[in-house]
Design a protein around this ligand. Sequence first.
Ligand code: TPP
Length: 378
Amino acid sequence: MLTPQFFYEQLRQYGVEFYTGVPDSLLKNFCAYVTDVSSKNNHIIAVNEGTATGLACGYHLATGKIPLVYMQNSGLGNATNPLLSLADKKVYSIPLLLLIGWRGEPETKDEPQHISQGEVTLSMLEAMNIPYSVLNKDENIASAQLKNIFEHISQKNEPYAIVVQKETFAPYSLNNITADISELSREDAIAEVIKHIDKNDIVVSTTGMISRELYELREQNRQAHSQDFLTVGSMGHASQIALGIALNKPDKKVYCLDGDGAALMHLGGLATVADCAPKNYIHIIFNNAAHDSVGGQPTIANSINLQELSKAFGYSITGKAANIDEIKNFFNILENKNISPALLEICVKKGSRKDLGRPKSTPVANKIDFMNFILKNI
Ligand SMILES: Cc1ncc(C[n+]2csc(CCOP(=O)(O)OP(=O)(O)O)c2C)c(N)n1
């Protein structure tokens, strides 16, 4: 394994000083180290991998230096456009170092949402004409790889990807942990929210721990899972899935259980929700100001007023809660006024139960149950 410090120092020798990206579980030790040792302007956690790529290109234009953009391989889709139409050799030819966590690598065990992306990661890079190396876990070999990589980038002035397998980086615990913004746990907040959701209502939950906690709570409560669509992948798209359902099933309430990182990733979707103005849409953002599911790195949600923002987008009613009573109050208001689209920001603390399980059914089984539920109930 490579220590994050070793890898960071190697990159520093080649002049890499600027880091941006979206956290990934395979890169979390390295990203934690970068967070601890970088100044605010030298490490910017971006809202999505596409914006990170744009930001890195701007950094290069201003400094002539090579920036590093880190991402999970699922973020390659978000980054494809600026990689091919901005940084690409046939356009502005901008040297970028990409550090890509390889979830779903063939022959390794991973969750369903990573399998196809894992299978095509290298061939996607090949199709995009982005040269790559799979980072070796041995220090001497990794050093030699970096030497070749930087020679290549400086000669060719183009993006180059370093692909990172599971357990490449040795453990490192973040020292600069941001303070929790609430004492309420996300699981307790979800438990309260689902008390207010009727068994005939529809729920779309976002990727990561939120869907896992929702699933476990249904098990604990001996409730069926069929009213819940667990968006196991596709980070940032749950609000639009919920919108598509809400517009087409106007007689049922549709709840989107979102994360702050996911909502920020495709924030423009909130404007679409407000513009479509469904009469049955309740958006709940569990805000821990962190990418909790992949290591707890901060998001910028704590410096944004999500309530004012969603009001400005055009949500009809917005609220903020940081404890169970405030959640109850918001649902009381909703019940009395019945206005939509509604948005409730619930401030929660980081962290989850150590023994939190994962959904036992497959995504396709979840989809079939969910669609049967919709057909039967509406
Ligand atoms: C496009 C994309 N980029 C990165 C990831 C890795 N990822 C999975 S969950 C997650 C964090 C989600 O944060 P948030 O929505 O705030 O929910 P939390 O985990 O804090 O509850 C990230 C970055 C991903 N799944 N997809």
